[in-house]
Design a protein. Structure first.
Length: 227
């Protein structure tokens, strides 16, 4: 239904909202009528609320200070980036050592919720879910089975380095398998690709090695559970 002529996004779910860099312009430019912004890091969350207030959008953007995950009400370790407010990442207990000095970064405890527990009523004809969680997307979608079944379009950041570092590479493949179609939305023309063994293998292969002090290797994927 995402490609049907009568589909129109009215509400944006901005997961990993940072300080509002996605949801605020989307509402201000009338791309959506309202937004839900979820941000786990406390300082980001303060700035998010301040930016919403400065833009007079308190009645159009609702905020939640949680880290979405596969389980409800668990304390998680959030690794704090010292270079960008959008670079904070959940660190799982058995995470592999990284190449970006992750072991030296400050850690904060954040509370988890699942997408399905916070947002049980999704309108697949009007809602768009946008997830940028620095490699934690597989765990977030593991707590969003109702969302996936609903058929609402979901956009995720697909960053192999961070997904692998947290040991979620296989889980990410399993999650992709729950959908019927995907698309790399950075490509032009826009191409909808069927989820099958061959296409998923292509998606998960051919990635170069991440290098320190260089741009990360990633893409943004649109995931569709129906068409």
């Amino acid at each position: 239904n995402f490609l049907k002529k009568d589909y129109q996004i009215t509400k944006l779910y901005d997961i990993g909202a940072n300080i509002g860099v996605t949801c605020i312009p989307a509402v201000n430019r009338n791309l959506v009528k309202q937004a839900i912004a979820v941000e786990p890091e406390s300082e980001n969350f303060k700035l998010l609320k301040l930016n919403i207030n400065l833009n007079n959008l308190e009645d159009k953007i609702k905020t939640f200070n949680y880290a979405l995950s596969s389980e409800d009400k668990k304390l998680l370790d959030l690794e704090i980036s010292d270079s960008t407010s959008g670079g904070h990442r959940i660190r799982l207990p058995d995470r592999q050592k990284g190449i970006h000095g992750e072991d030296k970064k400050e850690i904060k405890s954040v509370m988890s919720r699942t997408f399905d527990s916070l947002f049980p009523n999704i309108n697949s004809n009007e809602d768009l879910i946008w997830i940028d969680s620095q490699g934690f997307e597989p765990n977030i979608l593991s707590g969003a089975n109702k969302l996936i079944v609903s058929g609402a379009p979901i956009v995720i950041e697909f960053w192999p380095y961070a997904i692998k570092q947290n040991g979620l590479w296989r889980k990410m493949q399993e999650i992709i398998g729950k959908f019927k179609f995907f698309s790399d939305i950075s490509k032009n023309p826009f191409q909808i690709i069927e989820v099958n063994q061959e296409n998923v293998q292509k998606l998960f292969s051919g990635w170069g090695e991440e290098e320190p002090n260089k741009h990360s290797l990633y893409k943004d994927l649109l995931l569709l559970s129906n068409k």
